[in-house]
Design a protein around this ligand. Structure first.
Ligand code: NCD
Length: 297
């Protein structure tokens, strides 16, 4: 089984993943990946995704081939993605792939003998981040229904917002979209009647979740100054927090580059560090699932 897009999931699957993540959170004894090898193949920078998958695999008793610097692999000699995947599939039981092109994970899956997990494909999807984001919302608020979720930042290039938005559509959730005009969410993600604005104040008062993302400078072709300007204009401030609900949940997939000042970290509503640790348990669940029925029980 490959894990390429959140389109693969139904509500029952999400229940299963969250239950399994809970299990891993409570039990540190599970060694269901014993004797198995994960290849972590990252063509784009990563801290949390690569390290949490690494840690998850080791905690499950498995081993990891980490290729975080593709520049030092045969990719630097011009090897195609397909050939690199065929190679890693000979040595590993599962591959986590992060790549700059939309659809790269799907391409990899066509030639791979072992499961491919999409660890982010360009501006496309980031399905395991969406799973851990959903799990975070569940852990923090106890439900995914009846919520008003605000997505803010670079909604055009951000893959995490796209995957999470698709998952949230399985539930009774209203989404509001906050971004500079140039970085709006593609139309197909917006439902009739939903708010699109460039001003967080317009929607924060009624928000149950505020999901903030950074401006993805590396995916933009505008000038340096224009990019800096966009970044500076989009941050959550103490004044925003003052008018937000007392139990609002402030999330960010991280890395942050100024959208949430460190002065907000001590606010109990700031959930981004907890979100990061929920990610480990969800990635243990993901690995157990794709490694097959023997490890998923
Ligand atoms: C995100 C990503 O790579 O899409 N990071 C992550 O996986 N936690 C968000 C980002 O890079 O802005």
């Amino acid at each position: 089984m490959h894990l390429l897009s959140v389109d693969q999931f139904g509500k029952d699957d999400l229940e299963e993943y969250c239950a399994r993540a809970n299990y891993h959170r409570q039990s540190r004894q599970d060694t269901s990946a014993s004797g198995k090898i994960l290849a972590n193949l990252f063509y784009e920078p990563s801290t949390r995704t690569s390290s949490s998958f690494y840690s998850a695999m080791v905690r499950l008793g498995g081993h990891v081939i980490p290729i975080n610097e593709v520049d030092y692999s045969s990719v630097a000699k011009g090897e195609t993605l397909e050939d690199t995947i065929r190679t890693m599939a000979c040595y590993a039981d599962v591959i986590v792939l992060r790549h700059g092109e939309v659809g790269a994970a799907a391409r990899a899956a066509l030639v791979s003998q072992v499961p491919i997990i999409n660890g982010g494909d360009g501006v496309g999807e980031h399905p395991t981040q969406a799973l851990l984001d959903l799990y975070t919302i569940r852990q923090e608020l106890g439900t995914t229904d009846g919520l008003h979720v605000v997505m803010m930042g670079d909604l055009l290039h951000g893959r995490t917002v796209k995957s999470l938005a698709k998952l949230l559509r399985l539930y009774d959730v209203r989404i509001s979209w906050v971004s500079p005009d140039q970085l709006r969410i593609p139309e197909e993600f917006v439902r009739h009647g939903e708010t699109e604005t460039d001003d967080l104040f317009e929607v924060i008062m009624e928000a149950d979740v505020v999901y903030v993302t950074r401006v993805q400078k590396e995916r933009m072709i505008t000038s340096y100054d224009a990019r800096e300007q966009l970044t500076m204009n989009y941050s959550v401030t103490a004044t925003h927090m003052a008018v937000a609900k007392p139990d609002m949940v402030l999330m960010h997939p991280l890395p942050r580059v100024g959208e949430i000042p460190t002065s907000l970290d001590s606010d109990p509503r700031a959930a981004y560090f907890r979100q990061m640790s929920y990610g480990l348990f969800m990635r243990m669940a993901v690995l157990a699932k794709v490694l097959g029925p023997k490890t998923w029980g």
